[in-house]
Design a protein around this ligand. Sequence first.
Ligand SMILES: [Zn+2]
Length: 142
Amino acid sequence: MKKKFTEKTGIFSYLLKRACKFCNAPIHDKAHGASEFCPKTWDENGKVRDCKTAYHRENDKPEREIQAEYNGRNKAIKSRIDFLVKKHGDQVPTELLDTYDIDLTECMRYQIDPSGILTSYFLSYIIVSNPFNNIHKISFHD
Ligand SMILES: [Zn+2]
């Protein structure tokens, strides 16, 4: 299939073997040097066919989605911490974190000091965990 575009077809030649980054259609040699996409065209229904826009939309999407997912997850954990603190106060055992489905590994960042105290940063909250007595101190931060 691809081979036929390497030969001269009609008025355009495709010797440069350029292809649209979105749909892989060949781009003829006379197209602007920087052309990486098919030219924008409209079909008989007036519907635009724009590979460049489509390509960037598709490539932007995963990152946007990942970011939205991450934000959503952080907010969900924050509201579970809200409930936990309201009901049980700001010092809780590990079992309660489990009950409220607060997974310390899902924090935004963390640090462990030399004595083994783990500090986990969540949206609006910091949880300081003492591994020796399994007590977690929860404090609010901006
Ligand atoms: Zn294209």
